[in-house]
Design a protein around this ligand. Structure first.
Ligand code: HEC
Ligand code: HEC
Ligand code: HEC
Ligand code: HEC
Ligand code: HEC
Length: 176
């Protein structure tokens, strides 16, 4: 076989060997990168619908009660959703998992609560308390400009505001 053909055949084989790796790498990269932003949830919940003034206009803290006083903001109980969805879109397929979780009259009822997935919680060595911040009059939107965005958890985002507001910034305030 002429050297040139061998070389091009080697190139072709190399390509076939590396292409799947490149593709896999891409899938891994994008899958890994996207997951923190949009985790797969038990049903397609939309903040836009529920905070929209023309539709449901529910205040943030009605669903995330802990945000006003506790450390974690918390997630709404399924019964909170059911208060409306017993009557709103009662037969909509998107709400089937909710009926299974919280509607004893549904034939699909299991009583197994919905498990919402946190996108990117702070590392365990950082101390953050919602109540300390909301009591100081800081609106949710200052830290969560859109509820669907990734959680605000870079150290510089904390420090920028603490410096502006003259809050002490020694390491031990936030790290234990
Ligand atoms: C105060 C009433 C209210 C509560 C509480 C409520 N919803 Fe809704 N929900 C609505 C309204 C109104 C719509 C829009 C109905 C329409 O499009 O006709 C809606 C729509 C939806 C939809 C359809 C998709 C969409 O965004 O239009 C889903 C899914 C949904 N809600 C899930 C939930 C879940 C999960 C909870 C609890 C975490 C919840 N809802 C709590 C009133 C409520
Ligand atoms: C009807 C109830 C409801 C209301 C009102 C609501 N939320 Fe949520 N929120 C949820 C549910 C359910 C989830 C989990 C599903 C998701 O992430 O979309 C969630 C998720 C979040 C998350 C992401 C948590 C994480 O770990 O990824 C943030 C931040 C958040 N909400 C902030 C807000 C803010 C700010 C408002 C007001 C503008 C608000 N929410 C209004 C029900 C609600
Ligand atoms: C000073 C910034 C700040 C303010 C103000 C703030 N949050 Fe948060 N929020 C955070 C940070 C940081 C996290 C991640 C905390 C963690 O992972 O421990 C978070 C997490 C959350 C979560 C995820 C679930 C949980 O239990 O932590 C929800 C939901 C949420 N916030 C809702 C709200 C709502 C609603 C308000 C307004 C009442 C609010 N936040 C005000 C910074 C803030
Ligand atoms: C938008 C401004 C703002 C942001 C962003 C913010 N903070 Fe704060 N933080 C404050 C203010 C104001 C106080 C003081 C509250 C008071 O007067 O009690 C405070 C107080 C604290 C305290 C208590 C300090 C003490 O010992 O007195 C801790 C801990 C803290 N923040 C952690 C964090 C962490 C961690 C983040 C980032 C994930 C963060 N904060 C982001 C404004 C902010
Ligand atoms: C206002 C709160 C706050 C203060 C003050 C603070 N940090 Fe942090 N720090 C954070 C947060 C929030 C993170 C997590 C950032 C992330 O996960 O992206 C962090 C992360 C870190 C990390 C990275 C650890 C890791 O998980 O990779 C180190 C190291 C660190 N901080 C050191 C310090 C030191 C040293 C000081 C004092 C000079 C300090 N921090 C002061 C909030 C704070």
């Amino acid at each position: 076989m002429p050297a040139k053909a061998t070389k091009s055949r080697a190139t072709t084989i190399a390509l076939y060997l590396t292409l799947p790796l490149v593709l896999l790498g891409g899938v891994y990269y994008y899958g890994y990168r996207e997951r923190p932003h949009r985790p797969v949830q038990p049903l397609p919940f939309s903040h836009a619908t529920h905070t929209d003034t023309d539709k449901a206009a529910i205040p943030c803290a009605a669903c995330h009660r802990g945000a006003e006083h506790a450390s974690g903001a918390g997630m709404p109980a399924d019964s909170t959703c059911m208060q409306c969805h017993l009557h709103v879109l009662p037969a909509d397929a998107r709400l089937a998992p909710l009926h299974a979780a919280a509607n004893p009259h549904s034939s699909a009822y299991t009583g197994e609560p919905l498990r919402w997935v946190r996108s990117a919680p702070l590392p365990a060595h950082v101390h953050f308390h919602h109540g300390q911040h909301t009591r100081a009059g800081i609106a949710c939107a200052r830290c969560h400009p859109t509820p669907d965005a990734q959680l605000p958890h870079s150290m510089s985002s904390c420090l920028d505001c603490h410096r502006k507001e003259a809050v002490p910034t020694d390491c031990s305030r936030c790290h234990h």
